[in-house]
Design a protein around this ligand. Structure first.
Ligand code: FAD
Ligand code: FES
Ligand code: FES
Length: 1336
């Protein structure tokens, strides 16, 4: 392929033929002769144009990091259309005649910033920055189409974008400047109401008083005129690549002839289905025909009884056209239109809907297609056409979908158009969808339902019910329809329908997809909703008294996002500490200029590495045959254990991880070898051709599996306080129970990546996305058999890490180092999202058994907990993680007698590792479950019961640490007051008593998090501060920047310490050559450690400068430095800090002082659940967090909100699923694994930093912040539990029940036990989960 620079500069129109691709990028013409059809726009932008602002986060259209804007000219309408697109799925060859705008094309720090970029940076909406360019481009595409959007339009624009750091609120906050009404409260905005919240403190609401949109469309670059002058849309194209040939016909006859000639050719429109199949399902389609530019297939024709849509019409156009019709036809005619538009609200994100076609959705025949159930229920007609037999019209019915992804269409036929009908009087139509996450998620079960009544009656004339997610095909319920025809719409019909649906939609407990009982329950829950909605309409129409509970009819609706952030700043000093300044890289991140590992320029000769991993969970390696892979184009070598010059094993705690498995594999994803090739595509394709033979061995996956056979790494650890056995003999009541919390995938937006560059004299220079450069350096040294001083590890920034890059960077770094050493040339690797999720482990799942004794005052007198973490196949950091879980197992409570024991389970899963909170959230979850359960059993309000047990100064923890400066009660009281907790609790009780199918809940939880590494030796840090002769300062420290703002805070510390503006100070990167032996950036302790080391260095410099300062009091900083230099005073100082007073645990006596101090906080959350579906939404969360005297309140608020939203994912959304038979991870990308999106954050999100709480133990009175707030999201979980309790009460079920984390829709629905769930729980031989998958 041509390279950017020469051939692309100017396009010679008329000289090219069918093989030439012409398009524009950021206003520049690009011409490519013979482009590769397998290439994506993203690859082209990044590799050929060196436009690396557009990021690769998933390659499956699920994260939005690759969002760009594509513009095209519509000749018929003489209109330029702009739409956001996922560059990772857009085939490069689909862009002929279009203009692409990337983040670099709209603004830059070097020229002019775009106002979107400025606003996002200023609102603290970018932390690690990896998601940021995609978010900027989604906003940009919106403003190009709607220069003054409503807030709702603005919030909806990000359905297809994910961010793992910020918690989204600051992004929305920043972009409110562009919307018509800047505040969700409108006239009632606190800025207009005297005495409104935030009055006395600085609130972020106060800072963004921008009444009018800042956006000026006239400033935007124009659409390239050349693309209007020539009719690119009518040009046929034919591209031939290495393995694939691509045809783009522009008239129907040519399309049909091509299909006749090549019946097996794949038609591709948006490539959102096919692209995913090729990338992740190993499919190869050698012949592709793109029907995107055939006029008939793009036509929209309105007729009396409905609308014909051409097959290639995009879902966005479908939505727009139907919406226009809804606004102009009588309501009774638009029933189907409305439900399709409603369904499309929950269908993918804008980027996908903008390109994906109606044909693509129908013809893929996915059993969970969202539109197909609606089409079947509406009895839509379609037209199919072939060269030989011409056009035929077919009604979509039960005969159309034959079997899994097979339809009644001949091989040479294509879909021509789809007719969406109008509804008529007496006809009701509805669509339903339940997914794990409401927005941008595929369905678990979905449905279309239509009923036609005989005129003037409630007697059914016709009824059609179609379901997705219940069989290998979209299924029509014929028996049910038959049974209901002619019946009156009453309770009898409902009962009959339920019985028939059960027969029409059977599902084995081990059915693919699992969740059999839940899915079956949903089928009748949906019907019940339909029944209630229709009944309500009939009763309203007749003027009858409403007989049904209307809470079943409407879905949960989210309002606009709002919130207040309250904090104090200290301005006016010479330094920058205690000020809410933006992240130092924010602008670079917003413009796409910030560089991550894979953005580093390519070396001409460099090789790409693709890992070869085990496909079995446990087995002996019999043979590895790479011969076929080695024949593949571009492949240079296959490397394995025999190529390692030094040690094959590594590890931070005990070295039981292997660079390459040599004899045995112990999990799916275990690294066996690696292919080196000239390009990523060649390496990855060839890696799949390496043949590995195994002798399979028995495997364990769950904690329960491990407990059953005593598969533990170590003997149990134990902590205790008081005499627990004796205490149990004194109590009045004993309660026993078990609970489990699942794991969590880190889902940092930048996957693991590295670049290893061999240098002279055996040196190895390494760029790596790691939180632990020291570990990487030492491990490379050991594996390559070279001393550490020859290994230079450099980290500029990471695109998120959250603990996942503490020890796991070695998984790809060490093979890459071995490969680079062997070949003597640079080797690069960035894991694909699915590989990253499969190989690198996550948060430890934990199961617990407990026994609690209550005294006669209903206080907890004795507590005995056993904890089991699922460590996976190696130890990694699991022992320390378990320790932290045990330390945190009292959360913020004090119990007179407590015993905690912990086991690390050894299983055949990829080894689990550090994750924000490091076991703490799991430990705290267990005790919060206990607190909620006991409060419920004693019928005491949860807040009262918790309050009775809150820790106080002077008390001693169960591991012997004395508590001082304990602020948990302060946080608790303030958040109760701030949230108006008690009043809202009363209102919720009143609401619940009147609402059967929607329930609310409100809960408060505290948090307490010990600060410092509990391995005392890690609590040390070094720094190196250089002052150059021009007065500029370079600060080096051992901490890494992963979005948490460490570099920013450290510059603030140096600026206050030296008494100079932060503008004079810079940090370039973390380097093992500058600061040796740095501890990992982890445990939330890096500001404390590195800040103190920087302070030490700055104090040394101040001391040296003092005489000069005294002698020259009027000197500017620059003059001072110049004089010092001329006076031969050293302007470079190293600093060192080791945290005083830390004593590790004495396990014999269970006494220790592992923590320097504690961080505290409390949160109140209110939720609403839909008891029929298991959906929920977070109505409001209030947080009060003690961060000491915040070094940077904006960054700290960002950590609180980001941590809370990540914790929300842990407790309420994110579920790891392992295939029960094979141990394969099923949840391997954003499509299957759902992290919180923009619309999952609390609708009202208020955060206050506790005032007047300086912390004497840390730098400049601050406190650590990264991990402590995460657990507060458990307030949402326990609020949901209370809402479920109310539903169970109404249904006459036991209100004491076990709810494991995460509370997925499945768990919520099945816990809201009622007559519907009873039908399937009885049938079910297993708990809600089928045996198709297990949770580790
Ligand atoms: C991130 C993401 C989210 C998604 N979310 C959802 C969702 O919420 N709900 C849902 O239902 N789906 C979802 N999908 C699936 C997919 O986007 C849709 O099914 C989409 O409509 C496919 O359209 P396409 O044009 O991109 O299909 P393509 O990938 O271009 O083609 C798909 C299939 O359609 C066939 N085809 C195309 N045109 C014709 C024609 N004229 N005649 C005959 N066959 C034809 C092709 O041969 C091919 O087999 C999602 C996909 C992604 C990647
Ligand atoms: S990289 Fe394209 S959507 Fe994730
Ligand atoms: S800032 Fe969004 S993923 Fe890091």
């Amino acid at each position: 392929m041509d390279k950017m620079g020469k051939p692309f500069d100017v396009c010679q129109f008329g000289s090219e033929d069918k093989q030439t691709l012409i398009f524009y990028v950021n206003g520049k013409q690009i011409r490519v002769d013979n482009p590769e059809p397998e290439g994506t726009l993203l690859q082209f932008l990044r590799n050929e144009c060196q436009l690396t602002g557009t990021k690769l986060g998933c390659a499956e259209g699920g994260c939005g990091a690759c969002t760009v804007m594509v513009s095209s000219y519509n000749k018929q309408e003489d209109k330029v259309l702009h739409f956001s697109v996922n560059a990772c799925l857009a085939p490069l060859v689909s862009l002929h005649g279009m203009a692409v705008t990337t983040v670099e094309g709209i603004g830059s720090t070097k020229t002019r910033l775009h106002v979107i970029q400025e606003k996002l940076a200023a609102s603290h909406g970018s932390q690690c920055g990896f998601c940021t360019p995609g978010i900027v481009m989604s906003m940009y595409a919106l403003l190009r189409n709607v220069p003054e959007p409503s807030q709702q339009q603005m919030e909806k624009a990000f359905e297809g974008n994910l961010c793992r750091c910020t918690g989204y609120r600051p992004i929305l906050e920043g972009f409110k400047s562009f919307v018509k009404a800047p505040c969700a409260m409108g006239e009632n905005c606190c800025r207009n109401v005297k005495g409104g919240h935030g009055d006395s403190e600085i609130s972020s609401e106060d800072k963004r008083a921008t009444p009018k949109s800042l956006y000026d469309l006239s400033q935007e670059p124009i659409f390239p005129p050349q693309l209007k002058l020539r009719d690119f849309g009518s040009e046929e194209k034919h591209y031939k690549g290495e393995r694939v040939e691509w045809f783009r016909p522009t008239d129907l006859q040519t399309l049909l002839k091509l299909k006749q000639k090549y019946p097996s050719a794949k038609l591709v429109c948006g490539n959102t289905e096919v692209g995913v199949e090729v990338k992740f399902k190993n499919q190869l389609y050698p012949l592709i025909i793109a029907p995107t530019h055939v006029p008939e297939l793009n036509a929209i024709q309105k007729e009396n009884d409905g609308i014909w849509f051409g097959a290639s019409v995009s879902l966005t156009r479908l939505e727009q056209t139907l919406q226009e019709q809804i606004d102009c036809v009588p309501e009774q005619e638009s029933g189907v239109y409305r439900e399709i538009v409603e369904m499309l609200r929950w269908f993918a994100g804008h980027q996908i809907r903008n390109v994906s076609s109606m044909a693509g959705n129908l013809m893929t025949a996915s059993p969970i297609s969202d539109l197909n159930p609606l089409y079947l229920a509406a009895a839509v007609k379609i037209r199919l056409v072939s060269a030989e037999r011409g056009l035929r019209e077919v009604k979509l019915d039960e005969k159309f979908f034959i079997s899994y992804r097979k339809i009644a269409v001949a091989e040479d036929e294509i879909l021509h158009s789809i007719h969406i009908p109008k509804t008529c009087q007496n006809e009701f139509f509805a669509g339903y969808k339940q997914a794990h996450r409401k927005e941008d998620d595929i369905a678990i079960v979905n449905s279309g339902m239509r009923v036609l009544f005989e005129e003037g009656t409630s007697r059914v004339k016709e009824i059609y019910l179609a379901y997705g997610g219940m069989a290998p095909i979209t299924k029509m319920c014929l028996k049910t329809s038959q049974a209901l025809n002619g019946r009156h719409w009453d309770e009898d019909l409902l009962e009959e329908a339920i019985d028939c649906l059960k027969a029409d939609l059977p599902l084995e407990n081990n059915a693919p997809g699992g969740m059999a009982a839940y899915r079956r329950t949903l089928t009748i829950s949906f019907f019940y909703k339909f029944y209630s909605t229709v009944k309500l309409s009939l009763e309203k129409a007749r003027g009858d008294i409403i007989s049904i509970d209307t809470s079943a009819t409407s879905p949960l609706e989210r309002g606009l996002t709002r919130g207040v952030q309250v904090y104090e700043e200290e301005k006016g000093g010479t330094g920058e500490c205690w000020q809410a300044v933006p992240h130092k890289s924010a602008l670079l991140q917003c413009t796409g200029e910030a560089k991550y590992i894979d953005d580093l320029p390519k070396y001409k000769e460099e090789l790409y590495m693709a890992l070869v991993t085990s496909t079995v969970a446990h087995g002996k390696l019999i043979s590895i045959d790479a011969s076929e892979a080695l024949q593949y184009p571009g492949v240079k070598d296959f490397i394995s254990a025999k190529d390692i010059p030094g040690r094959n094993n590594y590890g931070d705690y005990i070295p039981d991880d292997l660079v390459f498995a040599a004899e045995e594999v112990t999990c799916v994803g275990h690294v066996i070898g690696a292919i080196l090739a000239d390009t990523q595509r060649h390496a990855q394709t060839a890696a799949k051709k390496v043949k590995v033979d195994y002798e399979q061995l028995p495997a364990l996956f769950t904690t329960e599996d491990a407990i059953a056979v005593d598969s533990f790494f170590e003997p149990p650890m134990k902590m205790w306080k008081g005499d627990v056995d004796k205490a149990f003999s004194q109590v009045q009541t004993v309660i026993n129970g078990e609970i489990k919390i699942g794991g969590q995938e880190h889902f940092y937006l930048e996957t693991h990546a590295c670049l290893c560059i061999p240098q002279e004299n055996g040196e190895m220079e390494v760029f790596c996305s790691t939180q632990n450069p020291k570990l990487s350096q030492i491990s490379i040294g050991a594996v390559l058999n070279i001393p550490a001083h020859k290994v230079h590890v450099r980290v500029k920034r990471m695109g998120g890490a959250f603990g996942g890059k503490e020890s796991k960077a070695n998984v790809l770094l060490l093979p890459a180092a071995v490969a680079a050493r062997k070949h003597g040339i640079p080797v690069r690797c960035m894991l694909d999202r699915d590989e990253d999720m499969m190989i690198t482990g996550g948060r430890h799942p934990m199961a617990a058994k407990y026994r609690v004794g209550l005294d006669h005052t209903s206080r907890i007198h004795a507590i005995d907990v056993e904890m089991y973490t699922n460590a996976g196949n190696t130890m990694d950091l699991s022992s320390w993680v378990l320790e932290r879980a045990m330390f945190s197992s009292n959360n913020s409570y004090s119990f007179p007698n407590m015993k905690v024991q912990g086991w690390t389970c050894k299983t055949n899963l990829p080894s689990n590792t550090a994750f924000r909170g490091f076991g703490g959230p799991q430990g705290m979850f267990v005790i919060e479950h206990i607190m909620s359960e006991i409060a419920s059993r004693l019928d005491i309000p949860g807040d009262k019961f918790r309050e009775m047990h809150l820790c106080k100064d002077g008390e001693v923890t169960h591991y012997g640490q004395l508590l001082t400066n304990c602020t948990v009660e302060k946080c608790w009281t303030q958040v109760l007051e701030q949230s108006d907790y008690h009043k809202r609790q009363e209102k919720i009780c009143a609401y619940n008593s009147k609402s059967r199918w929607k329930k609310k809940g409100i809960t408060i939880v505290p948090t307490m998090f010990g600060l410092s590494f509990h391995a005392p030796f890690l609590n040390q840090a070094g720094a190196l501060v250089h002052i150059y002769t021009d007065g500029s300062v370079l600060v080096h420290h051992g901490g890494t920047e992963m979005g948490q703002g460490l570099f920013t805070k450290m510059i603030q510390v140096a600026s206050t310490a030296l008494g100079i503006s932060a503008n004079k100070i810079h940090t370039m990167e973390t380097s093992t050559a500058a600061v040796p032996n740095a501890s990992q950036t982890a445990a939330s302790f890096s500001s404390d450690l590195n800040g103190a080391a920087i302070l030490d260095a700055c104090n040394k410099l101040n001391k040296r400068l003092k005489p000069i300062k005294t002698a020259n009091p009027d000197h500017t900083w620059e003059q001072l430095i110049s004089t010092a230099y001329l006076s031969r005073i050293s302007l470079s100082a190293s600093g060192y800090h080791s945290t005083p007073g830390l004593v590790g645990m004495d396990w014999e006596t269970s006494k220790g002082n592992p923590f320097s101090y504690f961080s505290y906080g409390a949160a109140v959350s209110e939720v609403e659940i839909d008891c029929l579906t298991g959906d929920h939404q977070v109505l409001r969360s209030d947080i009060v967090m003690d961060v000491g005297k915040s070094l940077n309140p904006a960054i700290d608020i960002g950590q609180v909100e980001g941590g809370f939203v990540q914790g929300y994912g842990l407790f309420c959304l994110e579920q790891n699923k392992i295939m029960s038979k094979t141990g394969h991870l099923l949840t391997r990308g954003p499509g299957a694994y759902k992290i919180p999106g923009f619309s999952n954050i609390p609708q009202e999100f208020n955060v206050s930093l506790l005032k007047d709480a300086p912390n004497v133990k840390a730098v400049y009175s601050s406190k650590a912040i990264g991990e402590p707030p995460l657990f507060l999201a458990a307030s949402v979980f326990f609020a949901i539990k209370l809402a479920i309790q109310s539903a169970r009460k109404d249904a006459g079920k036991d209100v004491n029940f076990r709810l494991d984390s995460p509370c997925t829709p499945e768990r919520i629905r099945m816990a809201c036990a009622d007559t519907f769930t009873d039908q399937f729980m009885k049938d079910s031989h297993s708990p809600p989960h089928s045996s198709f998958f297990v949770e580790p």
